[in-house]
Design a protein around this ligand. Structure first.
Ligand code: PLV
Length: 326
């Protein structure tokens, strides 16, 4: 079964890769930003989730179900709307109310709030998706999601022309990381290291690579809710031994500080989930890794994946600013 008509539906856009003057001056490096925040759904998520939804429709899907920290849900609801399929999005209590409103009002989704963290919403989503004609859209653990995210690095290669020395990205459940690694391999940049950033309290990848096996966190205590998968997917763990990945963790304060500084530097507002990746620059992770001999000393070109995020507001940022004494 297939639907040629839906192949023409464009869900994600080719995002700009911009040279950041402020971050380049700050670091003495050439820092390029892959601006996924300008996707129609405010995050990279639409690439992978859109790919999965299109394939699901071609295979006869009649209802999309997605459990999400927020952003994958926005992407699934947007894709469902564009493809003309009803959808149900399950979000945990930690997702802001305005995200639920946006899903309902702007994207016409049915919204259910279930459990405290994403994993609880996920269990509910799997249950709901057992009904005939339903497809469960996993926000990070599915080959179609990784394949969709690959396109990010294909665009970077088209726009950057030269090879970067390192790519910085954040890690939640690991779908983004898998897409970045697959994308690097697809364009022949197999030797480019990736810095995988998380926050303390949502550091399921760092704990897994340190332990040498997958680890399930007891809870999520970070404000970066969208990095809040209790356990990363197996493929991300496997990729650690197949590709050069440096797993790094920053405090919530550093992720929020990065959001605030980025707002001043670029007039772009992002979630702490993205602040974690930006903290790779603002919290001097590159010089630290160079000192440890993990990155080459003459490194020059850096690509930061500005993954974005729509579950953020000025009010929330100001509240965290005060909370963390910034
Ligand atoms: N967010 C997922 C999982 O949440 C979601 O449901 O929206 N940056 C942003 C802005 C994100 O929203 C996410 C994932 C990530 C980074 C991490 O991506 P991942 O999960 O593919 O590693 C619990």
């Amino acid at each position: 079964m297939g639907s040629t008509q839906d192949d023409d539906v464009q869900l994600h856009v080719h995002t700009p890769l911009i040279h950041s003057r402020p971050l380049s001056v700050l670091t003495g490096l050439t820092v390029n930003l892959k601006c996924e925040n300008v996707q129609p759904t405010d995050t990279f998520k639409i690439r992978g989730v859109g790919n999965l939804c299109k394939k699901a429709k071609a295979n006869g899907c009649k209802h999309i179900v997605c459990a999400s920290g927020g952003n994958a849900g926005v992407a699934a609801a947007y894709a469902a709307q564009k493809l003309g399929i009803p959808c149900t999005i399950i979000i945990p209590e930690s997702t802001p109310k305005f995200t639920a409103e946006r899903l309902r009002k702007e994207l016409g989704a049915n919204v259910e709030i279930h459990g405290q963290v994403w994993n609880h919403a996920h269990e509910r989503g799997l249950e709901l998706a057992k009904q005939p004609g339903c497809t469960y859209v996993h926000p990070f653990d599915h080959p179609d999601v990784w394949e969709g995210h690959e396109s990010m690095m294909v665009e970077v290669q088209q726009d950057l022309k030269e090879k970067p020395d390192v790519v910085i990205t954040s890690v939640g459940g690991g779908g983004l990381l898998n897409g970045v690694v697959q994308g690097l391999q697809r364009v022949g940049w197999n030797d480019i290291p990736v810095i995988a950033m998380e926050t303390v309290g949502a550091d399921s990848y760092n704990q897994a690579v340190k332990a040498g096996h997958l680890v399930t966190l007891p809870t999520i205590s970070s404000v970066a809710h969208c990095l809040g998968a209790l356990r990363v997917c197996e493929r991300s763990f496997e990729n650690y031994s197949k590709h050069t990945i440096h797993s790094e963790v920053v405090k919530d304060k550093e992720a929020v500080s990065a959001c605030l500084r980025f707002l001043d530097d670029h007039r772009i507002m992002v979630e702490p989930a993205c602040g974690a990746a930006l903290a790779g620059i603002y919290s001097n992770v590159i010089p630290k890794l160079q000192k440890e001999g993990k990155l080459k000393a003459d490194l020059k070109n850096v690509v930061v994946i500005v993954c974005g995020g729509s579950s953020i507001s000025i009010q929330q940022l100001m509240q965290w600013k005060e909370q963390f004494g910034l």
